[in-house]
Design a protein around this ligand. Structure first.
Ligand SMILES: Cc1ncc(COP(=O)(O)O)c(C=O)c1O
Length: 316
């Protein structure tokens, strides 16, 4: 599917991708004064159903990011959920997809600020398979870029401008031969990847940095903590993690809506554990895939079905 074929939602109406435009001086483009979400849709071929994962949680986080930026979203969370289903139906997806709701300061003038501005909202949905090659473990490097601190820009908001921090770290990592970066906080504790939260296994306990480590409070992070506790009976601890702990960890994996659950093969060229995918990462990768495609009845509540018995685009 080409971008030109997509139907999107922008400023209160559905439009073709190419017909939804923003002006060159748009504040959100010039100053990064916008916020967004990344939501996944997972296709269940047997049921011919597209399941949207954790829609409410994502829109609640968008509402929080918007509040930080003094943006008023035009719709409530239930209305945003309905709109998202409607957009997927209009695009007739029959495969995994990625949804990108976003809100931004839309005034076209000079002068950086948050007050006395005009807000706009848009939603784009695109077919999407994989963020990383899932067959292999990822090789990550500790970034020379520190994760933004909450005293500088809010890390718990998914704010457009702060993604310069992620982009700097990611490109540095890839250009140095790694797959992904792990950023430390200003204090030197492990924070997160460029677009993923991090988990570490040591002696059978699962650890992840607590929210005071300037992480984005990930939706997938919460999902994985639940699966680890409920399905594997693991103790899950949120606490600061030191850089050197990554080197001696038994397993490390990262989580995110786009990335899913990805195991880490090495950190700064040192193999994690025996350098192979560990049992806890393996079990969580499987449980996650089952849960998000509607194969675990216990977790159906996380999913919003799109077609709900309506004929899919191909069948109609
Ligand atoms: C900086 C950052 N951290 C963590 C995550 C993972 O969050 P989630 O699981 O909500 O996608 C993301 C992706 O949204 C991100 O951009």
């Amino acid at each position: 599917m080409h971008l030109a074929d997509l139907t999107v939602y922008h400023e209160g109406r559905f439009a073709r991708y190419g017909d939804a435009k923003v002006g060159l001086l748009t504040h959100g483009l010039q100053y990064g004064t916008g916020c967004f979400e990344g939501v996944r849709g997972f296709w269940n071929a047997r049921e011919e159903e597209l399941y949207l994962l954790s829609l409410v949680e994502h829109y609640e986080r968008l509402q929080q990011s918007a509040r930080i930026l003094m943006i008023q979203l035009p719709l409530t969370t239930p209305e945003l959920c309905d709109l998202t289903v409607e957009l997927c139906l209009r695009n007739g997806f029959r495969g995994d997809c990625y949804l990108r709701p976003f809100a931004y300061k839309a005034n076209e003038d000079i002068g950086v600020r948050l007050h006395d501005t005009r807000d706009a909202f848009g939603l784009v949905a695109i077919p999407f398979e994989r963020y990383f090659d899932a067959e292999r473990g990822l090789r990550v490097g500790i970034s020379s870029w520190r994760r933004i601190d909450d005293t500088m820009a809010p890390a718990r908001g998914k704010i457009t401008g702060t993604y310069v921090n992620s982009a700097l770290a990611k490109s540095e990592a890839v250009m140095n031969g790694f797959d992904e970066a792990v950023m430390l906080s200003a204090e030197g504790h492990v924070s997160e990847g460029s677009a993923e939260n991090l988990f570490m296994v040591r002696r059978g306990v699962l650890y992840t940095p607590d929210p005071s480590q300037n992480i984005l409070e990930g939706v997938t992070r919460r999902t994985i903590m639940t699966l680890a506790r409920e399905e594997l009976g693991l103790e899950v601890v949120e606490r600061p993690i030191d850089r050197s702990e990554l080197v001696v960890a038994d397993e490390i994996f990262i989580t995110g809506s786009a990335a899913g659950v990805q195991w880490i093969e090495s950190v700064d060229h040192r193999p994690v554990g025996n350098g192979r995918r560990g049992p806890i990462a393996s079990a969580l990768i499987e449980h996650y895939d089952d849960a998000v495609r509607g194969r675990l009845p216990k977790y159906r509540g996380w999913l919003t079905p799109t077609y709900r018995g309506r004929p899919t685009a191909a069948a109609s």
